[in-house]
Design a protein. Structure first.
Length: 274
């Protein structure tokens, strides 16, 4: 049996990552190293990041297919950059097959929570009358004993102001550009409502030199994401080259060369604390 509530589809316990504070320095494009930030419980804590034991990657129950992606994804490095810590409530937004759901479950630990948010994966109209990837994530949660994970049909099923950190990896571009009935403004408004004050949102996308969305290579320009989020009231805290690949000429799509062999940008946004 799963622990937790039934959020539109199925259940098991959950969490979204929340991060650390400080202002964004527009002059150098970096975090100013602020000493204090709102933590997962609404208080303040030193901005020093939590460093995860890489033994988490070898935890019993993680599929071999996940482990084969670990080097390219550098997920624990991403979580550290976003300020994820044990005990937080985090969300894997548009969770696909659950790679991050599984690893975040281990990262936040028994005292933490993870929401696996399906959104368009749970839209039968989008996939010929069937759910897509939902069964696979349900099985992953059950067989892996991920008792701190809750499955949410959509972001609307996540409690307001519950998330410390939200992470969307290689799927923000699906809103409007791929699934045209979804609206970015609606998504960002809902995401803002779900974040705690001071909560952090991480976005990973494949980099491109093309302006806007480039359908042929399935890539979204970084500036579009920045403009969307800051226009919706989020603050850009920091960007990272953690997933950068200077050998990628931006000419191919992830379908051709592998989603984790590409030049990717990583952005950290924050909901204002007040």
């Amino acid at each position: 049996m799963f622990k937790g509530k039934f959020y539109g589809i199925a259940a098991a316990g959950s969490m979204l990552l929340a991060g650390c504070g400080g202002a964004y320095d527009s002059a150098n494009g970096a975090h100013d190293g602020g000493e204090q930030a709102a933590d997962a419980h609404g208080g303040d804590h030193a901005a020093a990041k939590h460093v995860f034991d890489r033994a988490l990657l070898d935890a019993e129950g993680r599929p071999e297919g996940d482990k084969a992606q670990d080097e390219g994804r550098n997920a624990l490095g991403v979580y550290e950059f976003l300020g994820v810590r044990p005990g937080m409530t985090v969300a894997d937004v548009f969770c696909s097959g659950g790679y991050n759901t599984h690893l975040l479950s281990q990262a936040v630990g028994d005292e933490g929570e993870v929401y696996a948010v399906f959104e368009f994966y749970a839209d039968k109209d989008a996939y010929g009358g069937r759910l897509y990837k939902v069964d696979a994530v349900e099985e992953r949660v059950a067989t892996g004993g991920l008792e701190n994970v809750s499955l949410a049909e959509s972001l609307a099923d996540v409690p307001d102001e519950s998330l410390d950190v939200a992470l969307a990896v290689r799927n923000y571009h699906d809103i409007e550009w791929v699934f045209q009935h979804l609206k970015r403004a609606d998504f960002l408004s809902s995401l803002m409502a779900k974040m705690k004050p001071g909560g952090v949102v991480g976005i990973v996308e494949a980099a491109t030199h093309h302006e806007g969305w480039h359908d042929e290579t399935h890539r979204l320009n970084e500036q579009v994401v920045i403009d969307d989020f800051t226009g919706a009231g989020f603050e850009l805290v920091e960007s990272s080259d953690l997933l950068a690949d200077p050998e990628d000429d931006h000419g191919g799509s992830g379908f051709e060369e592998g989603r984790y062999n590409q030049d990717r940008y990583l952005l950290k946004f924050q909901k204002p604390s007040v």
